[in-house]
Structures are given as structure tokens and as C-alpha cells.
Design a protein around this ligand. Sequence first.
Ligand SMILES: N[C@@H]1[C@@H](O)[C@H](O)[C@@H](COP(=O)(O)O)O[C@@H]1O
Length: 317
Amino acid sequence: MSTTEKVIFEQFPYWEKAIELNSADDRAELLVFVGCGTSFNLALSLAAYANMAGRKAIAVPGAEWQNRPSAFWPEWRNTHVVALSRSGETTETVAAAKASRAAGAFVTAITVEPESSLAKNCDRMVAAETHPDEGIVMTVSASLMVLLGLQMIGQKVPASVVNSARQLASALDSALPGIIADRSHFVFLGGGPLFGVALEGALKLMEMSQIMTQAFHPLEYRHGPISLVDGKTVAVMLYSSDQREAETKLVGELREKGAVVIGVGGPGDLELAVDVDLSLAGLVVLPALQVLGERAAQARQIDTVSPRHLTKVVTLA
Ligand SMILES: N[C@@H]1[C@@H](O)[C@H](O)[C@@H](COP(=O)(O)O)O[C@@H]1O
């Protein structure tokens, strides 16, 4: 068993500890979720969840919020900036937090590094303990930051999500060999809060296996990208309960064109049950997507502990 695989499947006790933390916060109505890489993908998903819960939220990449906040939100003094960073050291995220505070915003840090620069430059820190063996590619900490972010915006995260996520990851893992064999073109589809999660599935696959892949809002995929679908395609459809009919129809079209479809929460060549509703699906599907990246990497004999060109933290001089 590879180290990454071990870490992915050992993440659930850390979820249980994070569920015990009370990160709920209704401090401000306006929320700006900020992060880089995986942490930005999570920010996108959390902003969508916050909007669905009646808050007003956007997600902005760290560097964009640091350098041109007015392109995203002209009135930013009253915002609550939520900076997500596993390391707490990513240059742009730390700079965005500092600039936000200097401008009068309240900054919450969601991290797994309570001694980090980000932790020292926030008004409130929400930190979980993560797996000590997590490598360069973010897995456990990504799940934990989504969990803490959901709790922060008032979503109750029941202990049962642990089993839901574990079962989904195992079910995908056992079915994968037959599904991805000889397939080299992957696409991830997800809408609403699942768009950020689809981006994260694609980023995991890229970082781990060096396969070029993309993510789209489901119905956007028909407007051009569908021309790429052929017998080499694997489409991962993250079904959302409120758009299931349209997404099912799209899946039918993709299969007709030669794609194999992993249906996460709905029909496909592989149909995986997701036993939570949309409000928790963004969290529950993450370990399964991490497993997919790792298995694709193993099929190409790539060691995901130290992927090429990547470092755990990107700091700019
Ligand atoms: N290679 C890593 C990514 O995997 C990670 O998503 C990003 C953000 O890291 P952090 O959450 O620590 O700010 O940093 C680097 O780019």
C-alpha cells in the first residue's frame, strides 16, 4: 500500500476530532473565502454553500484578493475574510489576510498549522489536527478544511458523514480498475457547491498522475468541450440532487459518444450511492476523488509522495 493511499484511508479519525470542534461563526453576513490551489477550490465550494445557507459569499484566489479586491467586491471593509491554507504559509494567502486586516476586515484562518504565519495574522483561527504523514499533495487537510468551513457557516456535520465518505471511497476504489483501464482523458463535472469539488478532483488527478484534465459545470460541458469525448474518456459526474434529471441526460449523451461515466450519486457505467444530500455531498465525495487520483498515479507508476515540480508550500520571494 502506498503512503498516500494509507493516508487517504486513515483520514477519518481526524474528521471525528474536527467534528468535535465548534467552528460556528455568524459574525458577518458578507464572506470572502480566499485560498490558493486546493484551498481555492475548497473556497469556491464553501462560498456556494454559504450562499445557499442565506449568507452572501464569494471565493477569490489569494493573489487576486491581495492585489485587486475591487475587481471582485467594491465594498470590502465590512467583509469577513476566511483564509484557507493547509500550511498557513502560502505567500499570497498570508498577504491577502494581512491586507484584509489592514483594510478593516475581520479575518478567520482555517488551517491545520496553528503556529503558522497565517495563524499569527488573523483575528480568529479554526485549526484541526491532520495526519502526520500527509505528503505534498493535499488530501486529509482538504477534507478537514471543508468540514470546518461547513461548520463555520452553520452546517451541522453529523458523525455519520465519516462512514458515508469511507464507504464511497472504498466503493469507488474497488470498481476503479475496470473503469479507468486504458483511458487517458478525464473530465470532472459538478454544479453549485460541487463545482469547486469537481475542480479539486481534477487538480488531485493532475497533481498525482500528471494527466491533463479539466472540470466544468455539467451543462457547460455541452457547449464545446463535448467535442473531445471519445473511447478514451472517463467522465466523473458529481450529481446534485436538484439537477439530477438534466445531469442524467448529459451522462447518456457522454456514454453514447464513448465515455465511461463514474456516476457519483446517480447513473453511470459505475453508479455510486451518496447517502447524504447536497448540503454535505461536497465533503463526503472528497476522499473518493483523492483515491481516484492516487489509483491513476499508481497505474502510471508515479509516486505521489513527491510529485514532480510540486512543493508542499509555494512561497514567493
Ligand atoms: N502544491 C501545493 C498545492 O497542493 C496546494 O493546494 C497549494 C495551497 O497550499 P496551502 O493550502 O498550504 O495554502 O499550495 C501548493 O501549490
